[in-house]
Design a protein around this ligand. Sequence first.
Ligand SMILES: Cc1cc2nc3c(=O)[nH]c(=O)nc-3n(C[C@H](O)[C@H](O)[C@H](O)COP(=O)(O)O)c2cc1C
Length: 457
Amino acid sequence: MTSLSSYALTLRGRDYSPLIVGGMGTNISTAELGLAVEKLGGISHLSDAMLMDVSDRLFGTRFTAAKAKRYAGLRDAADKSAELFDLDAVREATIRYISNVMSKTTGRGLMLINCMEKLTMNSGLDTLKTRLNAALDAGIDGITLSAGLHLSSFRLMSENKRFHDALLGIIVSSSRALNLFLRKSAATGRLPDYVVVEGPLAGGHLGFGMEDWKNHSLEAIVREVKAYLAEKSLSIPVIAAGGIFTGGDAARFMGEVGANGIQAATRFAVAEESGLTCAAKQAFFNSKPEDIEVNGLSPTGYPMRMLKSSPAIESDIRPNCEAYGYLLNHGECAYLKEWKLRHEAMSAGEPVPPKEKGCLCTHMRNYKVWTCGAMASRLRETSIQKEDGTWILPTAADVYEDYMESTGDEIRLPKAALEYLKAHQMNLKSEFVPHFVPHLLLGSSDKNSGVSAHAGS
Ligand SMILES: Cc1cc2nc3c(=O)[nH]c(=O)nc-3n(C[C@H](O)[C@H](O)[C@H](O)COP(=O)(O)O)c2cc1C
């Protein structure tokens, strides 16, 4: 059987590993995660969501505090349209963060950044232009334009000296969206270097309607996009994303469906290097299919998939647009609006409207939105629980190597899990032993580690 390592993704004439780690905001796809994958020759994404706040945490800058102070007087204002981001600060935060990461890359793989365009930041075009150009100026290998894809994004970068040299990709969920983007960008004389096709099983925001996502399949959309590109005689690599859980799944998308690469995120979200909290990682591992939902919590209007136990779902936190405000659009945000209505009703002793939205800014930066792909409930097949019930986390390299080398329905256990099993074999309690551990106890072996798991066996 063929493994993913038998394939290459060719970008600008150079062959790369066909596995891309998807961008996960806010700072879930950390620099550490990206660098661990890039070192192995893989392609990884940083995320540019809330980079001012990320910079404050990493480098001790005070961008968020300065913004909060500047607009403190508007805390109770109904209209937040005056709360603008300082574009110099946005640029400085972006450049500081990206140059720091790029100074540590090896050149074996690629470091891209996911630019979530739905972060309107109360002045959509200005802030987007600043973010995109700062990323190019900081030396990022490439930018992937995601949720909220702005049709004029290429134009916003077209004056940049790296516009033709850096890789630029887009995420779409239909050939219709791709067609629109290509038509709008034609005047810049530049095509995307790759197209990520994100299907309905992905994590994060979905490019489908609230119920409509169930009517689509990644495989069908990849085939549709490939056919569209062939009809237009365009040779743009197509990357399949959303629900590709094993090396075997990945190889099938390459060999049978015709993808030129695959993008994965959920399995990397629980890696040691991911920014998620330990509690969230353990919740991902413990999840069952019925614990995951697609809901309308996000004020962006896009459906989002997450664990039903995400703390943000029940939270009624006061919006903090003065400090964050990344989703403000013309002074408004759906959560802000809903929160005000609810609290006015509470004060007036009137019936309180239902809570549907969540404060994505505060909760994403606090890792309280546990967004995940639909396959998160299979994470339990990828590691083992210790006797205290906690799951052993893989490293990014464990996950990367499993995707690259495993075939069929095989899943390789993380090295730390193998060591734990070796050290504790005699003490394992049967209820914590996943179904595949008997392979280990019986001494089956593989070329790397002595153990592999067979999902579903
Ligand atoms: C925790 C998490 C956060 C994500 N955040 C983003 C994001 O900020 N921007 C984006 O374009 N996609 C985001 N995604 C989608 C991934 O980049 C990726 O395309 C998709 O989840 C791949 O499917 P998989 O998770 O089944 O492997 C996120 C996914 C996860 C699991």
